[in-house]
Ligand binder design. Sequence first.
Ligand code: PLP
Length: 397
Amino acid sequence: MNTYARLPVAFVRGEGCWLWDAQGKRYLDGVAGVAVCGLGHAHPKYVAALREQVGTLVHTSNLYEITLQERLADRLSAISGMENVFFCNSGCEANEAAIKLARLFGHKKGVESPSIIVMDKAFHGRTLATLSATGSRKVQAGFEPLVSGFVRVPFDDLEAVRRVAENNRSVVAVLVELLQGEGGVNICHDGYLAGLREICEANGWLLMLDEVQSGMGRTGRWFAFQHSGIKPDVMPLAKGLGNGVPIGACLAAGPAAHLFKPGSHGSTFGGNPLCCAAALATLSIIEEERLMENAVRIGDFIRSTLAQRLAGLRGIREIRGKGLMIGIELEQPCSELVQQALEKGVLVNVTVDNVIRLLPPLIMKREEAELLISALVPLITAHLEKHSAPQAAAQSG
Ligand SMILES: Cc1ncc(COP(=O)(O)O)c(C=O)c1O
């Protein structure tokens, strides 16, 4: 179906931070399959782990014990401090599990019609419940009636959450991305998570952090919440977890950890041996190769070099991000830069029309980051000059 306005390129092979098309042209990957391929493409250890697993056992069923799933759950719990894991196949499913947990939690407390606080500009997926939780009319339009039970507030605004707490007795949880990805790489202020935790504690709500995009080392820690040390009760994950093999997970702790019982929720493929082997290999490689440190180093380098080289240009609103989740916000729409960068052999993304988003593999080297920047800076400069020219002419005239 015609669900994507695709770029006119098909990649046939990848290695590290590079992709090749059928004509042999190579491209530097600044998107990593939208924050998925943290290890880059065809990482030898990852390939070996998958080959081994494919030749051993791909799928059984959640009707039986799955040792690799148990190992992965233990590993994810150890690095996050969470207690229990439900496995699925994608980010929206991980969020669906979170929403179901919140509703179960609410009913258990005697709330007849539990609702969840969600944010403006949030993105949680495309299933009916997750698009209803998403804060974008574009995503929702045409799919009404939306799923009820969401109360929307502005992102990064604790007062707004407090006001809901005062006036709405049906709320049982808050669902938030600490770094909004699709919404424009928006970052919350330092005390936001602590403030949310305090409000959740005071009202007996679950704190649910959607780390589908920000998790798995992308921001320089396993999970974005670890920059502040405030732990969630529920944490949906996906994207970078399997490095491209589809796997999602919903982690839970404390009051959320034991809500699901046999029969409450399920997934045919969720946590099968192949996906779990991929995720276990991904976790080991991120750790062994110190890729989180690399994400911090290369992310800082990209942001500071872009800031230097774009300094003084009119039309740059902000360069922001954490680790290798980077946004360059312009004053004008800039979607055409994606095609222009592609022609130069560089993959970048634009979200919300005017934010260039960089999500390179966590393995990116400094020389590759330099190439990415050197390709991008002239394109941004030309774009801004072209679009600010009439305004400047009008002003001078
Ligand atoms: C924060 C966040 N949550 C959920 C999703 C949905 O994930 P999926 O496309 O795997 O369903 C995304 C996808 O971009 C995301 O960025």
